[in-house]
Write a protein that binds this ligand. Structure first.
Ligand SMILES: NC(=O)c1ccc[n+]([C@@H]2O[C@H](COP(=O)([O-])OP(=O)(O)OC[C@H]3O[C@@H](n4cnc5c(N)ncnc54)[C@H](O)[C@@H]3O)[C@@H](O)[C@H]2O)c1
Length: 256
């Protein structure tokens, strides 16, 4: 019960890493606020958490909207009394598979920056303000990517994640005197979420999954549950002296 008595907001909780984290964090005793732009998906995550015996609510939140982010924090405090962990996980992929740097439009750039980087800026900013208002310790976890560490394809996507990594480190240093920790998880390719454009027919899907798995020295696919386990560590008091850390969950991909 590593999160007993703690309240966590997870953005992008309607799918993939966010959903797996919501289920795991609630199993560990946390109250989980599922914040997503897709209300139906967020409600389904709440249903899965409750089916598992956990506590959870869904809030509508587009992470690019300052008003939505502050409203999600207000709803959390109204329901559970305070915020302990902010998990800024929502993110979107490069819009068209194989898109070269020079073929990104300004609209592509703005959308990626807005959701992947501004979303983390807003979530981090208002979580820091809330922790300071409460005068409590706080933990912020951000989902970056191996694409923020090495060139991986999806150049603008990678730049947004590089920004998330730098924001994580810089805020970790600045907020440390307030006992606010900030860390990031960096998944490698995870083909089983709604993030990648993976074919739906079983045979082609199996080939695509294997292709992604073979990119990692360990030769296995990274799962949302793998990333949730790393995020749980950062969220919990087990990591009370861990801040500013950027942790690849990548089967050895960036160690090459
Ligand atoms: N799947 C991968 O290959 C991979 C690899 C590295 C990093 N990541 C990162 O992991 C995180 C989670 O991705 P995933 O694989 O679970 O993807 P996913 O597509 O399965 O889930 C993303 C969730 O974010 C939500 N979302 C999208 N835009 C939003 C917005 N503006 N406001 C609030 N919610 C929004 C979606 O509705 C969805 O529920 C993302 O930050 C992604 O960049 C994914």
């Amino acid at each position: 019960m590593q999160l007993e008595g703690k309240t966590i907001i997870i953005t992008g909780a309607g799918s993939g890493v966010g959903r797996a984290s919501a289920i795991l964090f609630a199993e560990e005793g946390g109250n989980v606020v599922c914040a997503d732009v897709n209300d139906e998906w967020a409600k389904e995550t709440v249903r899965l958490v409750e089916q598992n015996g956990g506590n959870s609510i869904a809030v509508h939140c587009d992470v690019t909207s300052e008003a939505d982010v502050t409203a999600a924090i207000d709803a959390t405090v109204a329901e559970y009394g305070r915020l302990d962990v902010m998990y800024n996980n929502a993110g979107v992929a490069t819009p068209r598979p194989g898109l070269r740097f020079e073929d990104h439009t300004v609209e592509d750039f703005d959308r990626l920056m807005s959701i992947n980087l501004k979303g983390v800026f807003l979530g981090t900013k208002y979580a820091v303000l809330q922790f300071k208002k409460q005068s409590t310790p706080g933990s912020i976890v951000n989902t970056a990517s191996v694409a923020g560490i090495v060139g991986w394809g999806g150049t603008v996507y990678g730049a947004t994640k590089g920004g998330v990594i730098q924001l994580t480190r810089a805020v970790a240093v600045e907020a440390a005197p307030f006992d606010i920790r900030v860390n990031a998880v960096c998944p490698a390719g995870m083909p089983t979420t709604n993030f990648m454009d993976i074919p739906t027919d079983t045979a082609t899907q199996a080939v695509a999954f294997e292709k992604v798995a073979q990119q990692h020295p360990l030769g296995r696919n990274i799962t949302p549950e793998d990333v949730a386990a790393a995020a749980l560590f950062f969220a919990s008091d087990t990591a009370r002296n861990v801040t500013g850390v950027v942790l690849p969950v990548d089967g050895g991909y960036v160690a090459r």
